[in-house]
Design a protein around this ligand. Structure first.
Ligand SMILES: Cc1cc2nc3c(=O)[nH]c(=O)nc-3n(C[C@H](O)[C@H](O)[C@H](O)COP(=O)(O)O)c2cc1C
Length: 312
């Protein structure tokens, strides 16, 4: 396979070199390389696995996905095969992946997070670990991502357990202040932050008068959340991340290269894509091409020169 990489998009994420800043988001692209049939993985930067829990989870009952205005609702509920089967069946394939693989961790106790993060840290094939503390679709998905004190207690245990890999904390938009959460994550030793997870939402069937998804509430993602996600990345960059030297992965509603470029200007180092993959799994390639042209037209040698460069 001919590898396509343009040095103007080479991205340094805490010492990990990504071919370009485009990252496939957790839960939207399978475990490791399932997208390879439809997307040339040698042309994207990184893939985040679906979130892995200590034990197997079936997730919520159907219906758990729904079209929504300018996006989609999901209440998958972290369906996954559990840590042991993931390490046995999926992680070995990461060795051959042309894209960097980032392992996503979810749990309902500090002990769970520590156990999974330690196991990921021991695998040479997972270059970074993303702690999902922001899932709105399970009863306990937000216990650590809702307030800074809980997040600090989680990181006090997880940070020392991760000695080799880059530790990324993924925050959501549902807490009262994402800036305070980001500050807590950085104080707790996060190497990078991913912003943002889905917005808690509700769709109602007006005939049955019941929620349209079995879980009741769901997570809203896609283009409708993009401007809010850009504002949050900008706030966190200006108030926390820039001074701390902590890179951000901007995520939320990226469909076109311009959306990705907005995240970069707001302060992101890399850019995630999730819902876009359900619309057309080849959209990340269009984003990569668009970013290449943009960096060139802006007169820059590398996209990192544009991080945080919005003029307000
Ligand atoms: C079907 C679906 C499943 C998801 N599963 C996960 C998951 O397992 N872990 C996680 O951290 N985020 C998960 N997310 C959230 C996405 O990674 C991303 O944060 C969110 O969808 C916003 O980005 P987007 O607008 O580009 O989709 C999921 C999103 C969708 C749509």
């Amino acid at each position: 396979m001919v590898q396509h990489s343009n040095p103007s998009l080479a991205t340094n994420l805490c010492g990990i070199t990504l071919r370009n800043p485009v990252v496939l988001a957790a839960g939207t692209c399978g475990y490791v390389d399932e997208m390879a049939d439809v997307l040339d993985l040698s042309r994207i930067g990184a893939i985040v696995t679906k979130s892995i829990t200590a034990e197997k989870r079936d997730g919520n009952r159907p219906a758990r996905i729904l079209d929504a205005p300018a996006g989609m609702l999901n209440a998958i509920g972290l369906a996954n095969k559990g840590l042991e089967a993931f390490l046995r069946d999926e992680v070995p394939r990461a060795a051959a992946s042309p894209a960097v693989i980032i392992g996503s961790v979810a749990g309902n106790s500090i002990a769970d997070y520590v156990r999974i993060a330690s196991a990921f840290d021991a695998s040479p094939h997972l270059r970074a670990i993303e702690l999902n503390v922001s899932c709105p679709n399970t009863a306990d998905g937000l216990i650590f991502g809702d307030d800074p004190a809980s997040l600090r207690s989680l990181l006090a245990e997880v940070r020392p357990a991760v000695t080799r890999s880059t530790l990324i904390v993924k925050l959501g938009p549902n807490a009262s202040s994402i800036v305070k959460l980001a500050a807590a994550a950085v104080e707790g030793g996060a190497d990078a932050l991913t912003l943002i997870n889905t917005f808690t939402a509700l769709a109602i069937d007006v005939h049955t008068r019941r929620p349209r998804l079995s879980n009741g509430t769901a997570g809203y993602s896609g283009p409708g959340i993009h401007p809010i996600a850009v504002r949050m990345v900008h706030d966190v960059y200006r108030n926390v991340a820039s001074e701390a030297g902590v890179p951000l992965i901007g995520l939320g509603g990226v469909m076109r290269w311009e959306d990705a470029a907005e995240f970069i200007l707001a302060g992101a180092t890399a850019v995630g894509m999730g819902t876009a993959l359900f619309v057309d799994p080849r959209l990340p390639l269009k984003v990569v091409h668009g970013l290449e042209r943009w960096v060139d037209k802006q007169g820059c040698r590398n996209i990192s020169e544009l991080t945080g460069c919005v003029m307000m």
